[in-house]
Write a new protein. Structure first.
Length: 181
């Protein structure tokens, strides 16, 4: 019996054993994935969608849009700069210590560009996110920071966390960005 007809991603059944690939993952990831057990279609393209017209996250969305499409408007900036998220995926990283290092590196860059902004409603927004393997400490300088409204920054972080949970994105899983008007 040839099982390859049942799935376009499946390799054919072979004599003496099966060679079958699946685009489904069953896991016991726990709280990091929102619940203890779950199932994921691993070939699905997961996107975090933010709108520049959504007043709750419009500054976050504009910053990410600029980083992806107009990196010369971002910091740090260098000729030919590109950041991942549209053609190249981002990858979730759950290691809290590495996330803290990403945030600290990004804040250092914000302070280098804008000086001391404590006492204001502004926060250092970073893209790619501190919770990704592509964050600011990766070492390739393919990141962006910008001061934005703290409430907007918090809302953007909550949307990212919701996307992780709703799509069961665990450590190392890929996702993409989509910024709309």
């Amino acid at each position: 019996m040839d099982l390859s007809a049942s799935s376009p991603n499946a390799a054919p059944f072979t004599e003496g054993g099966s060679v079958y690939t699946s685009s489904v993952r069953y896991d016991y990831a726990g709280k990091v994935a929102g619940k203890f057990q779950g199932t994921v279609f691993t070939q699905a393209r997961v996107e975090l969608v933010l709108s520049q017209n959504d007043p709750a996250v419009n500054e976050s969305a504009l910053h990410i849009y600029d980083a992806l499409n107009r990196p010369e408007r971002t910091f740090p900036s260098w000729p030919g700069e590109t950041v991942p998220g549209v053609k190249e995926p981002l990858h979730r990283m759950v290691n809290k210590e590495k996330q803290k290092k990403n945030r600290a590196r990004s804040i250092k860059e914000c302070e280098k560009v804008w000086g001391d902004y404590t006492g204001t409603d502004l926060q250092c927004d970073e893209y790619p996110f501190a919770s990704t393997k592509e964050g600011s400490t990766k070492g390739d300088n393919r990141f962006s920071v910008r001061l934005i409204d703290g409430t907007d920054n918090g809302n953007g972080g909550r949307r990212l966390d919701e996307m992780y949970t709703l799509n069961r994105i665990v450590d190392g899983d890929a996702f993409y960005m989509k910024i709309t008007d």
